[in-house]
Design a protein around this ligand. Structure first.
Ligand SMILES: NC(=O)c1ccc[n+]([C@@H]2O[C@H](COP(=O)([O-])OP(=O)(O)OC[C@H]3O[C@@H](n4cnc5c(N)ncnc54)[C@H](OP(=O)(O)O)[C@@H]3O)[C@@H](O)[C@H]2O)c1
Length: 246
């Protein structure tokens, strides 16, 4: 039986395991999807070489970047983003991919952002880098917002009202609002949000998040991380099945 797994440090709540287990059942695929918690990512190769039935892996926090030097090859887009969330394995040879890109692109397509001339990206981690990659592909200029002046173009404390008002696409890539911390949200000036705004919150649980609700109350169009999640999972499956060059 082919085995697939999610690699991370703490994995008690996994969408991927539920998603793939249900998919394998529904489609009669003779495979299983497991959770592999690694205290130290350096043990990745031991895990893969000790089990010839592993054909594919997903990668989550905190290993999307630190896993890269341990791989045999990295696909071009994943290298450009600087993060890997999917690995295909063939005879122990590991190739890194980034399927978050496809999930982000699908969500922006669903939102219809052709008329957007500026974006704000909240957070500067792995998902933020994938978001930045897709925005650059679409020629949408953007500013990053960070808790630290060293990492972003603005901090939450010095983010002017006009910058929020004039950048009509706002993408939350921070974990703020994610279960169980559902009452937290990015500290921006919500009075600058209006009906010209489109909000994409990568957080998928709960749906909607408090951030989405606050923006929707101001007239903004909102979408959560659910579509991205399913799209990146299906993109991973296509890679493992050898049906995609990504
Ligand atoms: N829907 C999907 O398919 C999907 C896919 C990938 C990720 N996600 C979600 O996206 C989120 C980020 O994932 P990631 O992999 O990019 O994580 P990450 O690498 O840890 O980055 C998160 C970033 O958010 C900011 N941040 C962290 N804690 C914060 C806090 N308490 N207050 C304000 N900002 C904070 C940080 O930026 P600064 O230090 O610069 O402030 C950090 O770099 C997670 O909630 C994850 O579940 C969803």
């Amino acid at each position: 039986m082919r085995r697939y797994a999610l690699i991370g440090r703490k994995l008690s709540h996994s969408f991927s395991k539920r998603y793939f287990t249900k998919k394998f059942d529904a489609e009669g695929i003779d495979a299983c999807y497991e959770l592999i918690e690694l205290e130290d990512i350096a043990s990745l190769r031991d895990v893969v070489t000790s089990d010839s039935c592993i054909y594919g892996l997903n990668v989550t926090i905190p290993y999307k970047q630190t896993i890269m030097p341990l791989l045999d090859e990295i696909q071009e887009e994943a290298r450009a983003v600087g993060a890997v969330n999917c690995i295909s394995v063939e005879s122990g040879h590991m190739v890194g991919h980034n399927t978050d890109i496809e999930g982000i692109a699908a969500t922006l397509d669903r939102l219809g952002v052709e008329d957007v001339h500026g974006a704000l990206v909240l957070g500067t981690g792995g998902a933020s880098k994938a978001v930045g990659y897709v925005l650059r592909q679409r020629d949408i200029p953007y500013h990053t917002i960070s808790r630290s002046g060293q990492r972003g173009d603005f901090t939450y404390n010095n983010l002017p009202h006009e910058v929020i008002a004039n950048n009509h696409l706002i993408i939350n890539t921070t974990p703020l609002g994610m279960y169980p911390d559902v009452e937290s949200l990015p500290a921006i000036d919500f009075s600058a949000i209006g009906s010209n705004h489109t909000i994409f919150d990568l957080v998928y649980n709960p749906a909607p998040t408090l951030f989405m609700r606050r923006c929707e109350e101001r007239g903004a169009k909102v979408i959560g991380g659910g579509l991205m999640l399913v799209t990146q999972a299906e993109a991973s499956w296509r890679i493992w099945e050898g049906r995609s060059v990504r």
